[in-house]
Design a binder for this molecule. Structure first.
Ligand code: RTP
Ligand code: MG
Length: 143
């Protein structure tokens, strides 16, 4: 498997709980390198645009409210098989179903406030990275 990039969010509940560093540490120990990172407080429009695929679902409005409730961290992760590797360490969407040792088992409080986002395919990763980062904000490692 070649080097791949994925897009990740440390969601507002995990930032509020002071778990940015703990979550970044998990990425690094899993072999995922952080090649871009910033803190943002999303506007309603930014959150609605990001989650456009879920527009019309009953959880859309509360999801947008949650994602705009406080600052979050957006990052680009790079590594072997990064998209599925990141989904693996995140765990299931509902923390009640997340395997022990996954980020959501440890840092999510409920289905909505589930601590992290990770792209679900290489195509969505490319779209999501471009949604939040310009090319000059991404810093591939030289060593
Ligand atoms: P994400 O996109 O955030 O990485 O999460 P995911 O792929 O595991 O889950 P997805 O189906 O894409 O849902 C996006 C986010 O919406 C919230 N959600 N709430 N029934 C509900 O109340 C419900 N379902 C989903 C979660 O925050 C989920 O991560
Ligand atoms: Mg998703």
């Amino acid at each position: 498997m070649a080097l791949q990039r994925t897009f990740s969010i440390v969601k507002p509940n995990a930032v509020a709980d002071n778990n940015i560093g703990a979550i970044y540490h998990r990425f690094e120990t899993a072999g995922l390198k952080i090649i871009a990172s910033k803190m943002l407080h999303l506007s309603k429009e930014q959150a609605e645009g990001f989650y456009a695929e879920h527009k019309g679902r009953p959880f859309f409005a509360p999801l947008v409210e949650f994602m705009t409730s406080g600052p979050l961290m957006v990052q680009v992760l790079e590594g072997e098989d990064a998209v599925s590797r990141n989904r693996e360490i995140m765990g299931a969407t509902n923390p009640a179903d997340a395997l022990a040792g996954t980020l959501r088992a440890d840092y999510a409080t409920e289905m909505r406030e589930n601590a992290v986002h990770g792209s679900d395919a290489p195509e969505s990763a490319a779209r999501e990275i471009a949604y939040f980062f310009s090319d000059d904000e991404i810093c591939p490692r030289t060593r």
